[in-house]
Ligand binder design. Sequence first.
Ligand code: A3P
Length: 364
Amino acid sequence: MGDLSSRDRSGPLSGDTCAEISVMSTPVDRWSTRARSGAKPNRCRSDQFWACNDQKSAEIRGGGGEEDFDSVDAKRAFVISEKYGDDYYEEYAVNEISDVSEKRFPKAIIVGVRKCGTRALLQFCGLHPQIVHAEREIHFFNDRANFYKGTTWYRQQMPFSLPNQITMEKTPAYFTSPDAPKRLKDLMRKDKIILVVRDPVDRIVSSWAQILENRVKKGLPPPNHTLEDKILNKAGRVNRREKSVRTSTYLKSYRQWYKLFKGRILVIDANELVDTPWKSVEKVETFLELPHLVNQSEFYFNSTRGFYCMNNGKGPGRPKCLNKSKGREHPPVSDKLRRKLKDFFFFYNKQFFQKIGTDFGWNH
Ligand code: A3P
């Protein structure tokens, strides 16, 4: 790949201007005019940053109550000092405001595993003022067509960030992709890899629940086979080649990542993420060498959803709980199938726990 050069990673690109908004009068005008025109500049000065970045602009617009502010930056400074205290503001925010924002390559990537809580982890990490993240899954390293769009395209998919912020993206399909680890290593030499893992049996059931719901959404009839039919072969044994089974066999894919990213992989336990999400975020903070700022008070338990939600969603009108497609009710699974799956994964789980040096208790 000729275009995977270091220049491409850090240097400004030609045409990286914020001309669309620099001619506008006040920060608020700038934001609203850009929002109306839909223009998405590649790069902007710090005083235009909050006007450029929808997500953080929304946060600021929603975050400061009724106070009158001269500028978006003034309001942002207020929000930061209210939320994290003046010390944090002095140390970090002042520098941020005087610096330049642009779209940057991610420094941390949640590579999987699908249906293990990847969206929850990404959203919760986004509570940290020094983490920004792409909203959608980018599928750059696993999807050939996207990969050949090049690194400039990839960077364009990222949100604006300031120099002391870390950009994150999550694409769970990277975990099982045979190409993603090498491609990611070649391009992102210093990147950190984050993985969320869940009891493989629960993951399979969660994936099945998604298949069933998607069919309903598309107006299709229920599938003409059961989960048993899908997972077991004719001899009644777990089919190790079945996609859902392969994805849940973490050990195999993990080995690929470990070979290339040893020492730079954080593995998060899905149960911990559900029960005490602030602890998982704290692990990410430590891993990324960021100050610990996201604590329990950022979350509340929503008994209707049965999950923790965020006290401060990103701006007005934005949901504070995850989308309803997260935390679905699972269809019933026979004890027999569950047992077969448990037995099948026992050995793989055991080796996986040995490899990562932690036992998440799925075999007990
Ligand atoms: P279920 O829908 O099976 O319960 P992903 O984002 O990788 O697709 O993972 C979806 C899973 O995230 C959900 O699976 C749910 O268990 C988990 N999750 C973790 N924390 C959550 C939260 N706070 N709200 C909703 N789902 C959460």
